[in-house]
Design a protein around this ligand. Structure first.
Ligand code: SAM
Length: 204
């Protein structure tokens, strides 16, 4: 049995599950797995999801926070509306300096959790794509700095490679605990990992 075949089969498995359970993306299962493992999302939480289109993570986040919480999704692309009044979306570039303020203006209070599944448009040139991924993760961290409540949590996707350790060190400075993990629903062989940080306390 070839490795390629196994990879394809794994991908299909999560794709079929997403269709069956009516999630907008197979990525929804990554968030479910990460949340089960790290206990990130609770009822009543205010959650901000960066790079949120087409909205699979928004669906999972809304399930977890329930009717009392609030979920805001941001993407370069418009996100089709979700059928809940406590889920809002915003078309914006997370690397833009004015975006943290735009986000804060839409929230009922400081956020409990910032999620980022943002990925660059893949050019195929690995160094370029990896550097862009780190830039997106940096922007997610800057947004977290601006909008997280003390004790808040951050989950951010990044491609491992150049500047990865520096990024991890920057996250570590602001949070009391940090883990680097790869959920089972991620493609095997991909360089993508998730940094999970808890206990936001601002940079020292
Ligand atoms: C893997 S998809 C996210 C999937 C999403 N978590 C879901 O479950 O549906 C990555 C997203 O990042 C977005 N993105 C990339 N660069 C961005 C930027 N600078 N600002 C906002 N969104 C960005 C892309 O438009 C894309 O929709």
């Amino acid at each position: 049995m070839g490795r390629r075949w196994q990879l394809e089969r794994g991908r299909d498995h999560f794709y079929r599950m997403a269709k069956r359970e009516r999630y907008r993306s197979r990525a929804a299962f990554k968030l479910k797995q990460l949340d089960e493992r790290y206990n990130l999302l609770r009822r009543g939480h205010v959650v901000v999801d960066l790079g949120a289109a087409p909205g699979g993570w928004l669906q999972v986040a809304r399930e977890r926070v329930g009717g009392e919480g609030f979920v805001l999704g941001i993407d370069l692309q418009a996100i089709a509306e979700l059928p809940h009044e406590n889920v809002a979306t915003l078309v914006a570039d997370i690397t833009d300096a004015s975006t943290p303020e735009l986000i804060m203006a839409k929230l009922p209070r400081a956020a409990d959790v910032v999620l980022s599944d943002a990925s660059p448009k893949i050019s195929g040139v690995w160094d370029v794509d990896q550097a862009r991924s780190v830039e997106l993760a940096r922007s997610a961290l800057a947004i977290a700095d601006a909008i997280l409540a003390p004790g808040g949590k951050l989950l951010v996707k990044v491609f491992q490679g150049g500047m990865f350790e520096e990024l991890v060190a920057e996250v570590r400075r602001r949070f009391s605990s940090l883990k680097v993990t790869k959920p089972a629903a991620s493609r095997r062989g991909s360089a993508e990992v998730y940094v999970v940080a808890k206990g936001f306390r601002r940079s020292r």
